[in-house]
Design a protein around this ligand. Structure first.
Ligand SMILES: [Zn+2]
Length: 114
């Protein structure tokens, strides 16, 4: 059991920001994108096309993408009315290879903290 698991076992309600970093998961679930650092999880809904009019930079991996290869996703943190948007690669698997965990953690934070 690592430090993070131990803290979660002893103090299950520990806020995200107070926990030591764990393994960040980043994957596609149908059309949705999920970023997860158990027990925290954010589901990002794709924003309808049209494709982006100009290239944009993926927030996860930092790659400059043409409009057809990137997509906006939106998330509303629980208990919040704020809708947040992130631009991500359409190809989540390739993006995951490039994305650094601390950057994914920052995106996850957008999805779980009001
Ligand atoms: Zn990317």
């Amino acid at each position: 059991m690592d430090e993070r698991e131990l803290i979660l076992e002893l103090f299950p309600g520990t806020p995200f920001d107070l926990l030591p970093p764990g393994e960040v998961l980043y994957y596609r679930e149908g059309e949705q994108v999920v970023i997860e650092e158990p027990p925290f999880r954010a589901v990002f809904e794709p924003v309808e096309r049209p494709a982006l009019p100009r290239p944009g930079v993926c927030e996860a991996c930092g790659r400059l993408l043409g409009g057809a290869f990137a997509r906006f996703f939106r998330v509303t943190p629980p208990g919040s009315r704020v809708v947040r948007y992130v631009l991500l690669c359409e190809d989540t698997e390739a993006c995951r290879e490039r994305a650094r965990p601390e950057v994914l953690r920052r995106i996850l934070r957008k999805g779980i903290l009001p």
